[in-house]
Design a protein around this ligand. Structure first.
Ligand SMILES: Cc1cc2nc3c(=O)[nH]c(=O)nc-3n(C[C@H](O)[C@H](O)[C@H](O)COP(=O)(O)O)c2cc1C
Length: 186
C-alpha cells in the first residue's frame, strides 16, 4: 500500500496506513498465536495507577462464542464484521464490585489506549481492525453477563482487509486541535 507523506504528515506508516475496513477476507483466519499477540499488545498498555481496567471477550468463526456475538450485531456492522477472522468485545472495569465507587476514573480512557495498542499490533501483523458500536448493547450485555462493576464498551472486527481505504479521509487540522473551546482570550 502506498504511504502518502502528503496525507499522513510523515507519521509512521503503521499509523498512516491504518484504516477501518468495510470488507474482510472471510478466508483469512486469526490463529491462536496471532490472537495471543493482539491481547499481549493490549496487556502492555499504560493505565492510571497500573489499574489495567480492561477486558476482552473474543470469538472466531466456527467457535460457539462467535455465534453468541454475531447474533447481536446491528445490520450495518453485520455486513462486514461477520466475515472478520476475529470479533472482540471490549469491557471496562468502571466500578468497584456492587458499589457506586469508581474503580478508576480513567477506565474507559485506559481501555481505549489498550485497544490502540491492539490495533497497531494488528497492523504490524498485516491485520486490520474496525472498531464499532453498531451492536445491540442490551442484548450483548445479557448474553455475556459481565461481572459487577464491568461494562461492555465497544466491539472490534479484526482480519485481513478486503477493501482499500477511502480515497478521501477527513481529519480536523492540527491548528484546530490546538485552539479548541478551552482557549481563553489573550
Ligand atoms: C468507539 C468507536 C466506535 C465506532 N463505531 C462504529 C460503528 O458503529 N460503525 C462503523 O461503521 N464504524 C464505527 N467506528 C469506526 C469509525 O467510524 C472510524 O474509525 C472513523 O470513521 C475513521 O475512519 P478510519 O478508522 O478508517 O480512519 C467506530 C470507531 C470507534 C473508535
Amino acid at each position: 500500500m502506498q504511504h502518502d507523506l502528503e496525507v499522513s504528515g510523515g507519521i509512521h506508516p503503521l499509523l498512516a496506513e491504518r484504516f477501518s475496513p468495510h470488507k474482510f477476507d472471510p478466508s483469512a483466519t486469526v490463529d491462536d498465536r496471532s490472537l495471543g499477540l493482539l491481547l499481549e499488545a493490549a496487556r502492555w498498555a499504560p493505565s492510571a495507577g497500573n489499574s489495567q481496567p480492561w477486558g476482552f471477550f473474543t470469538g472466531r468463526p466456527g467457535e460457539r462464542d462467535h455465534e453468541r456475538l454475531v447474533r447481536h450485531l446491528a445490520p450495518s456492522s453485520a455486513r462486514w464484521a461477520t466475515d472478520a477472522g476475529l470479533l472482540v468485545v471490549t469491557l471496562a472495569h468502571r466500578y468497584v464490585e456492587d458499589t457506586e465507587l469508581l474503580y478508576s476514573e480513567f477506565a474507559d480512557y485506559d481501555l481505549g489506549q489498550a485497544v490502540a495498542h491492539l490495533t497497531v499490533q494488528a497492523q504490524v501483523m498485516g491485520l486490520a481492525a474496525h472498531q464499532f458500536r453498531a451492536f445491540d448493547m442490551a442484548g450483548l450485555t445479557e448474553e455475556l453477563s459481565p461481572s459487577p462493576g464491568w461494562a461492555i464498551v465497544s466491539m472490534i472486527a479484526l482480519g485481513r482487509a478486503a477493501d482499500e481505504p477511502p480515497v478521501s479521509r477527513e481529519r480536523r487540522s492540527i491548528a484546530e486541535l490546538r485552539s479548541g473551546p478551552w482557549t481563553l482570550s489573550d
